[in-house]
Ligand binder design. Structure first.
Ligand SMILES: [Zn+2]
Length: 525
């Protein structure tokens, strides 16, 4: 086997064949550098019988595709070897024998070599290494360029699933209970590259809940009718047409297109589904969809389709295409329901989404500080929601909110975002300005401070105690970072940007502390 192993080892060592995860190469090398000759016969009933024929008269051995007609000794009575070939002896020919090799068929030409082989890490040597050896020997070329090793699925006690343990669920039962997409998505979600996973049916709830979430997004959208005609792109829209939330979601969607495409190119299926999950759940649904409610629920504006509707459709169409490899059924169904394709077409035939380039993003205003400003705004909204929770003010009860912006840039941003902000805060009145008179609930984020007047419903002592706690936390944080920066080991060894970031953190926290103390002073009086 050594002459066969040598070129096969070289093909992986020089990168003509790549393994995912890369550390599987170590196992491969171990086998190929310690190659042993291969006993190819097995004493089994099923299998390819070994084509070796012994002459009944003189005992001469003939190896041929079919039994020879006559032996040199003149007889024509032979006995074929009773053994069969080792399973892997036929399997190692698989990449070309299935295309009628040694005939030079069109299929062989088209599919040899192929691109990706997907298999289990437990047969790196038995199958993968041998296909590489056979390919190089008989075809003179590698059989594939990438090998992806899947996780091995174990039961929730860590045991390999097997027929004898009877511990593997029937996929049909799981599909009936949770859905085919839910099963497929969940398995991908819980399987990091190269690691075994522990599976139980209950884990499929994650995929089912995700499918429900996407289904409900489309239900919500369909309240405003079918897809707008120009959902395919954002051509012709400018920054002036868009709200900050539109610009923010365009920037985030663009990021997710790039990341998921990159994940797939790197065989990071698990990373890809996590990125899609986080995008639709924590960004699109939690914030963008909520921000669109006030617009979608309003009467259709006289000057035609609101830009937000088009941005919404563009995002949804891109997202469904990115999701399609992982949830093929629901993505195709929803693509039809909303009207992105006609009944006789399919999302399967749609192009893979491409990110917008820098120039397009700039024209739409989906660049620069829009992401950090938006995220600071969301932080502020969360903080105001906490005020509601702290004072047990129902989310359905409108409150008045006054926001003091942290910077002139933040002020311009908040002014521009007035309508969405008012809706997300459920604010009866929303003003950008100075702190109002009287006791207030106070929410602080990098974009500014929000005041919720509490006249008539405040427990003064509790409010002061809460601020004292925040003050203590800020002081502790500043103290910790300062101690870290005073440590020469940290300052000398950490990258400069990390040190700079920590210094900036101190500044930000000190500003926050000042604002907290101002509030304490107000309530203390
Ligand atoms: Zn003979």
């Amino acid at each position: 086997m050594a002459p066969l192993a040598e070129p096969a080892l070289a093909a992986v060592n020089d990168g003509r064949i790549r393994f995912h995860p890369e550390r599987s190469v170590k196992t491969y090398r171990h086998w190929m550098e310690n190659i042993k000759d291969w006993c190819i016969s097995r004493q089994l009933w099923w299998g390819h019988r070994i084509p070796a024929y012994t002459c009944n008269q003189c005992g001469k051995l003939h190896v041929a595709i079919s039994a020879p007609e006559k032996c040199d000794c003149g007889t024509s009575v032979f006995t074929q070897d009773p053994d069969v070939l080792d399973t892997w002896f036929s399997s190692w020919l698989w990449p070309f024998s299935v295309f009628s090799w040694p005939e030079e068929t069109a299929e062989l030409k088209r599919f040899y070599p192929t691109q990706s082989l997907v298999t289990g890490p437990d047969i790196i040597f038995f199958w993968v290494a041998r296909m590489i050896m056979a390919g190089l020997e008989f075809m003179g070329d590698i059989p594939f360029s990438d090998v992806y090793f899947t996780s091995i699925i174990r039961d929730d006690r860590g045991r390999k699933m097997s027929k004898s343990l009877n511990n593997s669920p029937d996929p049909i039962d799981v599909v009936n209970q949770y859905g085919a997409d839910a099963l497929r998505f969940t398995i991908t979600y819980i399987a990091p590259v190269g690691q075994d996973i522990r599976y139980s049916n209950e884990k499929c709830e994650l995929g089912r809940n995700f499918a429900n979430k996407i289904w409900n997004v489309v239900r919500f959208r369909l309240n405003r009718g079918q897809a707008v005609p120009d959902w395919q792109n954002l051509d012709g829209l400018t920054a002036a047409d868009l709200r900050p939330d539109d610009q923010w979601i365009i920037a985030r969607l663009n990021r997710v297109i790039k990341i998921v495409t990159d994940n797939l190119e790197q065989f990071g299926f698990n990373d890809a589904v996590k990125n899609l999950y986080d995008f639709i759940w924590s960004e699109f649904c939690d914030w963008y969809l909520e921000s669109c409610k006030s617009i979608f629920n309003a009467e259709k504006s006289a000057d035609g389709t609101p830009a937000a509707l088009r941005v919404f459709d563009y995002c949804l169409s891109v997202f469904l295409r990115l999701l399609h490899p992982f949830m093929p059924f629901i993505s195709d169904e929803l693509y039809h329901q909303i009207g992105f394709v006609s009944e006789d077409d399919s999302i399967m035939l749609a192009d893979w989404p491409k990110p917008l380039d820098e120039e397009q993003l700039e024209a739409l205003g989906a660049c620069g500080d829009i992401v950090s400003l938006s995220e600071a705004k969301f932080e502020l909204i969360r903080a105001v929601r906490n005020i509601r929770a702290n004072y047990q003010i129902s989310t359905s009860r409108p409150i008045n909110v006054i926001i003091t912006p942290a910077t002139p840039e933040a002020e311009a941003f908040l002014q521009r975002d007035h309508a969405a902000l008012q809706s997300l805060l459920n604010a009866g009145e929303l003003h950008v300005g100075e702190k109002p008179e009287g006791p207030c609930g106070v929410a602080v984020s990098n974009i500014g401070t929000a005041y919720v007047p509490l006249a008539g419903m405040i427990d003064l002592e509790a409010e002061v105690a809460r601020l004292r706690k925040q003050e203590k936390e800020a002081l502790q944080y500043i103290d910790n970072v300062k101690r870290k920066l005073a440590n020469p080991n940290f300052v000398e060894r950490a990258p400069q940007e990390v040190v700079d970031r920590e210094r900036a953190n101190i500044c930000e926290s000190e500003e926050k502390l000042t604002r907290i103390r101002e509030q304490i002073a107000v309530f203390g009086n």
